[in-house]
Ligand binder design. Structure first.
Ligand SMILES: NC(=O)c1ccc[n+]([C@@H]2O[C@H](COP(=O)([O-])OP(=O)(O)OC[C@H]3O[C@@H](n4cnc5c(N)ncnc54)[C@H](O)[C@@H]3O)[C@@H](O)[C@H]2O)c1
Ligand SMILES: [Zn+2]
Length: 379
């Protein structure tokens, strides 16, 4: 069922992502450096010269957004820049409605295309605007954070938060093209780069033992110090893994749950920190705790939590649950996870680094409350 095709060219890597039952049925993710220079012509070809609504946030607008707009105009396309304030707190229906109004007032019509230029928040918000404006406009993405390059720009999930929780309103809307140019990462704050590295470590744990070993052997530091070739190779490998998973399971019924390793506890920590902790930071703690669970419940080797903790620590990520979070509060928060069934917490767990546990066609393992408490205490 995997339809992943990988092609190497001299200066860029291309991963073709299959969209089951999609139309079009594939899209390309292009990864490399120095690629933004040619973006105007590529987008103009993609949209056959149609107008573009370019959505960005206030940080990325001046760093990348405006030059992409200039490149589109130089390639003969009309381009309208639509900007909202940076940060998760603006990932709201209010922002979506402002952007929709802005696009309509600027005269973008049913034949327009949307381009998102920014981190995961811009991709999720802008993607949701594309999914809903005129009942759906085609969209391309230029992710500019490591997290967006390895994770959120692939898979077609778009949406916003509500006061009741994260990502509660949204739609599946696949991009037509994704361009990850590592040159844009030069301005990404260190803490944001580290948060992205947590997801990179996750990909190694869930499906790519060699990636995990390469990270242990120094690839992690090469990425943390922003060596372009290291970043390109890691982004390519992570996108290829995400593409394999989402190609089989677009709607998260089953196999896609492996992407949730570290996220049941991670989301609980993130929520209990009132989002003062970055997602990737919370996921680092979540991965270590869930690795303890993996050891207890699915026979993962005893060094599994140790190796994950070492890599997270080398990446400068937090590894301890904040002392203020009690096991009971963690249990309660973890129960709100979308994998919970009949009040029973479930986690996607590795049986070893690079391979996930799987039982009766299920990729999420039931976790008794007592085991979760024990894993939290082992952390
Ligand atoms: N759709 C999905 O499948 C999916 C998957 C994972 C995460 N997400 C979502 O992604 C979001 C997190 O993404 P994120 O970590 O990229 O957050 P973000 O978009 O808030 O970016 C983090 C910060 O970095 C700034 N930034 C981004 N690129 C920059 C650059 N090149 N130079 C300087 N500053 C830059 C942003 O302005 C922001 O302040 C969350 O809302 C999460 O729910 C979605
Ligand atoms: Zn995540």
């Amino acid at each position: 069922m995997n339809k992943l095709v990988k092609q190497d060219t001299r200066s860029e890597r291309r991963i073709t992502v299959a969209v089951p039952a999609g139309s079009p049925s594939t899209y390309d993710v292009v990864v490399g450096s120095g690629l933004l220079a040619g973006i105007g012509d590529r987008l103009a070809r993609l949209s056959a010269g149609a107008a573009w609504g370019v959505i960005s946030d206030a940080h990325v607008q001046g760093l990348v957004g405006e030059s992409v707009v200039a490149a589109l105009e130089a390639a003969g396309c009309r381009a309208v820049l639509l900007v909202f304030p940076a940060g998760e707190q603006f990932k709201t229906r209010g922002t979506v409605s402002d952007l929709q109004n802005g696009a309509i007032e600027a005269g973008l019509g049913r034949d327009a295309w949307i381009l998102t230029v920014g981190g995961g928040v811009v991709g999720d918000v802008g993607g949701f605007v594309a999914a809903t404006l005129f009942r759906g406009l085609p969209m391309a993405q230029v992710p500019t954070s490591l997290l967006a390059m390895v994770d959120s720009s692939v898979g077609g999930k778009t949406g916003v938060d509500t006061p009741a929780g994260k990502n509660l309103v949204g739609a599946f809307h696949q991009p037509r093209w994704v361009l990850a140019d590592v040159d844009t990462l030069a301005t990404l704050p260190d803490a944001e780069l580290r948060a992205g590295l947590a997801e990179v470590i996750k990909y190694g744990v869930i499906l790519d033992q060699q990636l995990f070993i390469d990270l242990e052997d120094g690839l992690l530091e090469s990425c943390a110090t922003r060596v372009p070739e290291a970043l390109i190779s890691v982004i390519e490998r992570c996108v290829a893994i995400k593409a394999r998973v989402v190609a089989d399971d677009e709607r998260e019924t089953n196999w896609r749950q492996v992407l949730n390793f570290g996220h049941t506890i991670g989301h609980a920590v993130e929520m209990l920190s009132k989002y003062s902790m970055r997602h990737g930071e919370a996921v680092a703690i979540g991965m270590i705790c869930e690795a303890h669970l993996a050891q207890r419940l699915v026979g993962a080797p005893p060094d599994t939590p140790v190796r994950i903790r070492d890599l997270c620590s080398r990446a400068g990520l937090p590894t301890e649950i904040p002392a203020s979070l009690t096991p009971d509060a963690m249990l309660e928060a973890a129960r709100r996870d979308k994998k919970t069934r009949a009040n029973q917490i479930r986690c996607a767990l590795p049986r070893q680094i690079g391979a996930m546990a799987h039982h009766d066609g299920q990729w999420a393992v039931e976790v008794p409350d007592s085991e979760l408490i024990a894993a939290i205490e082992a952390n």
